[in-house]
Design a protein around this ligand. Structure first.
Ligand SMILES: [Zn+2]
Ligand SMILES: [Zn+2]
Length: 155
């Protein structure tokens, strides 16, 4: 397992080295979050990379370091790059050796469009949703009763 203060030190070093927080408004920061089902997150809105405290305590140092590289690569690319070739090239340059996702990371959590159904499920889209969609978890087929309400996260 990784010690949290060391994870933070690596994260700060990576951000300092690759994302340059010195220029006031564009500064990236690091924080732990309480997610249980995904390891890392790159939040473009807040310009913050977060890592699950819960999983950091379970992962080996190497793994958590890879999670950080994965997320720093997202920050260096942009939201539209998703896990495509551009992101992968940057990730490889940083020394990331993993795949597109790791340990249950929910890639879409960084998508700019977030939707909520009446049942409280979250949905993610990289492109503006153009037609009505209902929640597939609440209802198997299309259902007017479970329409997803979309909003664009502040850019
Ligand atoms: Zn990712
Ligand atoms: Zn639902």
């Amino acid at each position: 397992m990784s010690e949290l203060h060391r994870v933070r030190a690596w994260a700060d070093a990576l951000i300092r080295h690759h994302l340059d927080p010195r220029f006031g408004a564009g500064a990236w920061s690091f924080a732990f979050d309480n997610a249980k089902r995904r390891a890392g997150l790159c939040n473009y809105t807040d310009r913050r990379i977060t890592v699950s405290k819960y999983l950091a305590e379970k992962f080996e140092d190497d793994e958590i370091h890879q999670v950080l590289l994965h997320e720093v690569a997202h920050a260096l690319a942009d939201p539209d790059a998703a896990h495509g070739p551009r992101w992968m090239r940057i990730a490889r340059e940083l020394g990331y050796v993993g795949g597109r996702t790791h340990h249950g990371e929910i890639a879409h959590e960084r998508a700019p469009w977030v939707g909520h159904c009446p049942g409280g499920h979250e949905h993610y889209r990289f492109r503006k949703p153009v037609r009505e969609a209902s929640c597939g978890k609440c209802s198997r087929g299309f259902s007017q009763a479970y329409l997803i309400a979309w909003e664009r996260r502040a850019a």
